[in-house]
Design a protein. Structure first.
Length: 366
């Protein structure tokens, strides 16, 4: 009996001591702030906060966009680790192509990828976007001109004059050739052809009888099938095969209006300034990745589809005839230079650059 009482006393005492320790621990925690590691804090914030969500529209249609914009954005979304998500829309999906600058300026779009020319950018250098006639022989020319000949600085200066839109980068795409339902073997064959074209390229080719046509990107294939269009001069042969235009045209003219498309990445200024520095840097890295991928993807495609495509017959205007186009392009340059001091500066840079390439000889110029 005595032994049982002793055991009870010992058990009760143990419980009391245990409870006292718990109370002391709770009190101690209540009086002190528990310090979390930076990693745990960042993880908790990432999990708790809603991701930043952007709408980006591209100039490209659904078949082309994965190669020229969508693939890089997909990688960005993974790398952003839930902090930010970019939703990509294709040509004319949210706003018409010609209204993209205004849409980014107003915040209807957070960002866009397009040439300056076809999105009706109000800057005085917009005419040099897309395919300025005979300005580039290869896509790499565009990248060198912007990054090493001062065009980056000129573009920033021009866009800084218009509030609401921030220009981030310019890069190269494909050359500009004719894919048509009728063969082009001489300059005279261009007369009367109704061709889907970029604004400045179309304006220039009117000098040789071409009738430039503008319409929604996704309507082009049907317009060729129904005879509303005689073809396209919107791209090189890579895009002709990728988007289906090679299925509705028969001939591909190897003489290029330009050897490289110049396109830019634009963002709404307020949306951009709200991003933390690390996401801004990640966005710029995404742009650089896209520039790099397009450079080798188009270089592969332009040769591969000429040799192995099998759908389009290649035609070429003789060099002595095409020289007329090249001379007329230089006149067009001089006319453009008169539009503003900044335009004149760009034209001089183009002349200096091409003079260097010519003097350097093969493989820069042949």
């Amino acid at each position: 009996m005595k032994s049982m009482n002793v055991r009870k006393i010992v058990m009760v005492a143990s419980l009391v001591v245990g409870l006292a320790m718990v109370v002391l621990m709770i009190s101690a925690c209540g009086g002190k702030q528990v310090t979390a590691t930076p990693e745990k804090t960042a993880q908790a914030q990432t999990q708790a906060a809603e991701p930043i969500r952007w709408r980006l529209q591209s100039y490209a249609g659904p078949a082309l966009n994965p190669y020229v914009v969508g693939n890089a954005v997909k990688e960005f979304n993974i790398a952003a680790n839930g902090e930010m998500v970019i939703d990509v829309y294709t040509a004319d999906e949210l706003v018409p192509q010609g209204e993209m600058f205004q849409a980014v300026q107003k915040g209807t779009l957070d960002a866009c990828v397009s040439d300056d020319d076809s999105m009706a950018s109000p800057v005085d250098v917009a005419v040099f976007g897309a395919y300025f006639p005979l300005a580039a022989r290869y896509g790499i020319d565009v990248d060198v001109l912007w990054n090493h000949y001062g065009l980056n600085e000129i573009w920033k200066e021009a866009y800084d004059e218009f509030p609401g839109v921030t220009w981030l980068s310019q890069g190269s795409w494909d050359p500009c050739n004719f894919a048509t339902t009728k063969p082009i073997r001489h300059l005279s064959d261009l007369k009367g052809l109704r061709i889907y074209m970029f604004p400045t390229g179309g304006q220039f080719m009117q000098r040789f009888g071409v009738v430039p046509v503008s319409m929604p990107y996704e309507d082009v294939e049907m317009a060729i099938q129904t005879g509303m269009l005689d073809g396209v001069s919107w791209s090189g042969i890579t895009e002709d095969y990728t988007v289906g235009w090679a299925d509705v045209t028969k001939y591909y003219l190897t003489n290029p209006i330009s050897g490289g498309w110049s396109g830019g990445w634009f963002v709404n200024t307020k949306a951009w300034e709200k991003l933390p520095p690390h996401l801004q840097q990640l966005y710029k890295l995404m742009i650089d990745k896209s520039h790099y991928y397009r450079l080798h993807w188009y270089w592969l495609g332009e040769a591969n589809y000429r040799v192995k495509g099998g759908k389009l017959e290649l035609t070429t205007i003789p060099a002595d005839e095409w020289a007329t186009v090249e001379k007329e392009a230089l006149k067009f340059w001089d006319e453009t230079a008169k539009k503003s001091p900044r335009a004149a500066k760009v034209v001089q840079i183009l002349k200096d650059y091409n003079d260097t390439m010519e003097k350097a000889g093969p493989p820069y110029r042949y």
